[in-house]
Design a protein around this ligand. Structure first.
Ligand code: DON
Length: 302
C-alpha cells in the first residue's frame, strides 16, 4: 500500500501549483496551495498515508455526507419527500433549478439539498453542530476534531447566496426553522477541520456496509449504505460527476477546502487533500490522484 501511495504522489507532484484556492469564502483564501496529502483506511481500520495527510483542513462539503447520515438515522425513507436523488448538472450553489422544481433540491449534496437536510437535523437536535461534531469525532477516533470559528463566521457574513436558497425553499414550504439558525449550523459543519487520516477513518463505514470499525457502530444499514454510495457516485462531484465516474469510477465527495473522499466498497476508504481547485470547485490534484489510484488498482464500481 505504501508503494502505491508513493507512486501516485510521484505522478501528480508536477501538477502542484496548478488550480486555484477557493476565495469566495475569504477565510479560506489564505490557505497554501502547495499541499498534498493522501490516506487510505482498510476495512480493518488500518491507515496508510503520504504527504500532508495529518494536516487538518476545512472539510466543507464533505460534511454533507455526515449530515445526510444523521438525517437518514432520524427520518428514514420520509426524508426523500423533501430532497431528490438526481444529479443536478449545475454548479453546487446554483439557484435556478430550485424554482423550476418548486423548492425541492435535486440531491443532498448541492448546497440547497444540504440546507434542507440541515433544516431536518435542526428540528431533531438541541445543538445540531455539536451533535455533528461529536458524531465525526467518534467516526474518526479523534476527540480533538473541532470547527474553525473564523471560517464559520466568514461564511455566515457572506451568506447571501445560501440564505437566498433557504428563503426560496421556505417560500415553497420546504424549510421549517429560522434560516439564520440553520445557516449557523450548516456553516459550523462545513468549517469542521479534519486531516486525510481522520476523514479516511471517518468515512470507512461507507466501504464496510455501514459499519464503522473505529466507532464500533453500525452507522447505516447495509441497504442505506449502498444508497448513500449511489448518491455519492451520481452527485458527489457536482457537475463533474460524469467525468469522475468515467475516469475514476468510485463514489466520491469533494469540498472546496480541497478534500475529496472516495470509496472502494468492501475494500477501503480514501481521502485526498490539495487546496487548489479546478473550474468546478473540486481539488485539481485530488481528482488527478484518484484517477491515478483507480487505474493502478484496476478497480471501479462499474
Ligand atoms: O456553502 C458553501 O458554499 C460551502 N460551505 C461549501 C461548498 C463546497 O464545499 C462545495 N464543494 N465542492
Amino acid at each position: 500500500m505504501a508503494q502505491l501511495l508513493e507512486a501516485i504522489y510521484d505522478e501528480i507532484r508536477p501538477l502542484l501549483g496548478q488550480g486555484k484556492v477557493a476565495d469566495y469564502i475569504p477565510a479560506l483564501a489564505s490557505v497554501s496551495p502547495h499541499q498534498f496529502g493522501l490516506a487510505i483506511c482498510d476495512v480493518n481500520g488500518e491507515v496508510t498515508s503520504i504527504g500532508d495527510a495529518s494536516t487538518p483542513f476545512s472539510i466543507q462539503s464533505i460534511s454533507k455526507v455526515f449530515n445526510l447520515v444523521l438525517a437518514i438515522n432520524h427520518y428514514g425513507e420520509t426524508m426523500w419527500e423533501r430532497v431528490g436523488r438526481e444529479p443536478s448538472g449545475l454548479p453546487f450553489n446554483s439557484l435556478v433549478q430550485l424554482e423550476y422544481e418548486n423548492g425541492i433540491p435535486r440531491n443532498p449534496f448541492i448546497n440547497a439539498g444540504a440546507l434542507v437536510i440541515s433544516d431536518m437535523n435542526e428540528s431533531r437536535f438541541a445543538s445540531p453542530h455539536i451533535g455533528m461534531r461529536d458524531f465525526v469525532r467518534r467516526l474518526a477516533c479523534n476527540g480533538e476534531v473541532v470547527a474553525n470559528k473564523t471560517v464559520a463566521d466568514s461564511e455566515f457574513e457572506h451568506r447571501a447566496r445560501n440564505a437566498a436558497m433557504a428563503y426560496l425553499m421556505k417560500a415553497y414550504g420546504n424549510f421549517e426553522n429560522d434560516v439564520d439558525d440553520v445557516l449557523h449550523s450548516y456553516f459550523h459543519n462545513c468549517a469542521i477541520e479534519m486531516s486525510c487520516e481522520d476523514l479516511a477513518r471517518a468515512t470507512n463505514f461507507l466501504a464496510n456496509k455501514g459499519y464503522s470499525v473505529c466507532a464500533d457502530e453500525q452507522v447505516l444499514t447495509a441497504d442505506q449504505n449502498r444508497q448513500v454510495n449511489a448518491l455519492l457516485a451520481t452527485s458527489g462531484m457536482y457537475d463533474e460527476a460524469g467525468s469522475f465516474a468515467f475516469e475514476v469510477g468510485l463514489p466520491g465527495k469533494s469540498g472546496v477546502g480541497g478534500g475529496i473522499i472516495a470509496v472502494v466498497p468492501q475494500q477501503f476508504s480514501i481521502c485526498v487533500f490539495s487546496p487548489a481547485l479546478n473550474k468546478v470547485g473540486n481539488s485539481l490534484l485530488g481528482v488527478a490522484a484518484l484517477t491515478s489510484l483507480s487505474k493502478r488498482i484496476g478497480w471501479s464500481v462499474y
